[in-house]
Design a protein around this ligand. Structure first.
Ligand code: NAD
Ligand code: ZN
Length: 357
């Protein structure tokens, strides 16, 4: 097909307190006595949120350990645990940041697709719809709530399960849930959105669809991280919509240099996505001059520390691993640098960039 015909999230609810509608939203999706599984970010263990989850029958809350980003092994183990315990489930509800939402999407798919989630890392390899899945973000920025991928670290690569079966059936955007996010984490994840906008708007894949969403998301990021003089509830509202629009923008285009490089860092060093993107963006004046300048002003205004020297002391072999992972992200490089990207981003040039981080 010449034009991408992309699958979107089926239902969206937005508003402060909309989480309270969850019972009503899930009721028609319940299948006889198969439970709803609530995969909840472990940050909320012992907090008030779990007591607000509308548990019915055999429903279960599983706290997701997101100390590390999701792995194919973790997804496979969770899906197996649910099959052993319940046979089948009515749905998987992911409540948390990008990591928890990605886990929920992947576990939903692995309830119905055979083998390991590692078999489906790539584009359009998933063959069966998963079980019903809903995403409820508690951090804003990744766009995982709207995307057609779930990013997993597998035995040989960090790559998403990109497919038409991957988007959520339902998302609940309740900015109240993001209110307790620590300032640094909120910034790192928020910058993921900012960087999605820069990479989409500066990319060669840009079209009016992506541009419309990207420009709006960029404006919202600028408001919350530069113009507004303090953080309040409205800032959470705006950043949650920025994340949504930023995700929609890259859905019809692609990310770019920051992501390609930060995937390499993350694969080798386990650097998390948000902070990894910030570490890389800090050194990308050559590719995104205006974006990097504005990014640095946002860092300063919000008093955030961006780590430096993260590749000091790495061996040639380790640099090679990062370079291989990074150069493997072909569509990202093509979006950023055009069809001849391989002539521009040589292994030597990329090595020099990694050394600066
Ligand atoms: P995260 O989900 O990894 O969470 C970061 C930290 O914040 C964790 O310690 C978590 O416990 C904590 N946390 C979450 N919500 C909180 C809250 N309300 N208050 C306090 N702490 C809270 O962070 P993220 O940046 O949202 O997600 C990063 C992940 O998203 C990566 O795994 C990345 O690969 C993935 N990602 C996916 C897509 C996609 O399209 N599927 C896009 C971008 C990133
Ligand atoms: Zn990202």
């Amino acid at each position: 097909m010449q034009f991408r015909n992309f699958k979107m999230v089926d239902y969206v609810v937005f508003g402060r307190g909309s989480f309270n509608q969850l019972d009503e939203i899930l009721a028609p999706k319940r299948k006889s006595d198969a439970p709803m599984i609530f995969l909840v970010d472990h940050f909320f263990e012992g907090k008030a949120l779990p007591s607000r989850i509308p548990l019915r029958g055999k429903d279960k809350i599983i706290f997701a350990d997101v100390t590390l980003e999701p792995k194919t092994k973790q997804v496979d183990a969770l899906a197996q645990q649910l099959k052993d315990e319940f046979g089948t489930v009515s749905g998987i509800i992911g409540i948390g940041g990008g990591s928890t939402m990605d886990l929920a999407k992947a576990v939903s798919l692995m309830m119905t697709n055979p083998g390991s989630s590692a078999d489906y890392q790539g584009w359009d390899l998933v063959k069966q719809p998963g079980v019903y899945k809903a995403g409820i973000p508690t951090l804003s920025g990744t766009g995982a709530e709207v995307s057609r991928t779930t990013v997993l670290t597998g035995p040989t690569r960090k790559l998403g399960m990109n497919s038409d079966f991957t988007p959520f059936d339902q998302i609940v955007l309740d900015p109240e849930l993001a209110a307790d996010a620590p300032v640094n984490q909120r910034f790192y994840t928020g910058m993921d959105c900012y960087i999605h906008c820069i990479e989409s708007l500066e990319g060669t894949f840009l079209n009016e669809f992506s541009k419309s969403y990207g420009e709006k998301a960029l404006e919202l990021c600028q408001e919350v991280f530069l113009t507004r003089d303090h953080w309040d509830a409205t800032s959470d509202d705006k950043l949650m919509m920025a994340s949504y629009a930023g995700g929609m923008s890259i859905a019809y285009s692609q990310v770019g240099v920051t992501h390609a490089v930060s995937y390499g860092l993350s694969y080798l060093l386990g650097t998390k996505h948000g902070i990894g993107n910030c570490i890389v963006m800090n050194h990308l004046e050559e590719y995104y001059p205006a974006g990097v300048d504005e990014f640095k002003r946002m860092v300063e205004k919000n008093h955030i520390d961006i780590p430096t020297g993260v590749c000091k002391g790495l061996t040639d072999e380790q640099f090679d691993i990062m370079i291989n992972v990074s150069l493997g992200m072909k569509p990202l490089w093509e979006n950023a640098l055009g069809k001849d990207w391989e002539k521009i981003m040589t292994r030597e040039k990329l090595r020099a960039l990694f050394e600066r981080l």
